[in-house]
Ligand binder design. Sequence first.
Ligand code: SAM
Length: 313
Amino acid sequence: MASEEAVIATNDDAAQCKRYAVEKGYWVDPYISLMISKGTAHHAPEINRGYYARITSIRILLEKFIRLTNRKCQVVNLGAGYDTTFWKLKDAHLTPEKFVEIDFAPVTSRKCHHIKSKRPLLDKITNEDEDIMLSQSDLHSANYHIVGANLVDLAELDKKLQQSGIDRSIPTVFISECVLVYIEANKSAKLIKWISDNFPTAFFINYEQVNMGDRFGQVMIDNLKTRDCYLYGVSACDSLQSQMQRFTSNGWRDADALEMNKVYNCLPQSEIKRIEKLELMDERELMEQLFSHYCLVWAYKDVNNIGLEEIDL
Ligand code: SAM
């Protein structure tokens, strides 16, 4: 098992990269600066565009799911880190019935602290008629919940989801944004199967590294290794085919997977034009090389045929 602290530190990196890109104007997020302090590092344009493509594509799929279900749905963000989606959905009047975030307890404790101490975060989760229940690492409010759990401990995950009042019969979307890759493939497969066994109407959005077998991929792997962080999931799920198969062989009806270069071309072109003007990029090949090492995967099971197969980019 990678040292938990090293994996936890990847959240600070992701949040700092997101804050940097937001401050450059790639997308709007009034909340990320309340979660993480400003870093000192400079991030290259291809990194910022990569984060733009990552958050925009996940948001497109998520929003389609929420609209399809008329907000009568639940969102479970696995390894959520300092993700701010809940607050942005609230601003867009797209709040689902329940939004649950799960991460290691040290991460959720820090996030609980940020929420408690910053009014713009706290105000959006409070509701006049409902009290907030708060412990060191968990917080429960009317429709926002954050709980500390290890995703490989399915009994603990089950308990925490129950404490959050999750209703398994309601359409539920699970998000894992750069998370499963830190978990051994047999354990993430069990998690994926547990979800499909327990949620008859479910959608899954997964974003992570892929195609890491080449020299560029090896450099990415080695960089993380120097920080004691290991991409355990990579070897078993290193192609788009295996990324889809991890769902279809674990109880999901169907799955799709796109490399991020393809995803980037599917995004609204007016927005792409706008963000490409933000920073000059000398070598587009660098961006294409980086993007070819990440993918977006989505899968569904839809016992009542509510139309989940229609959701795509
Ligand atoms: N999803 C967030 C985002 O994209 O901004 C955070 C991504 S960060 C790269 C990976 C996150 O997954 C970290 O917050 C880490 O603590 C969490 N994580 C990894 N393995 C986990 C596990 N077994 N149980 C709970 N959380 C885990």
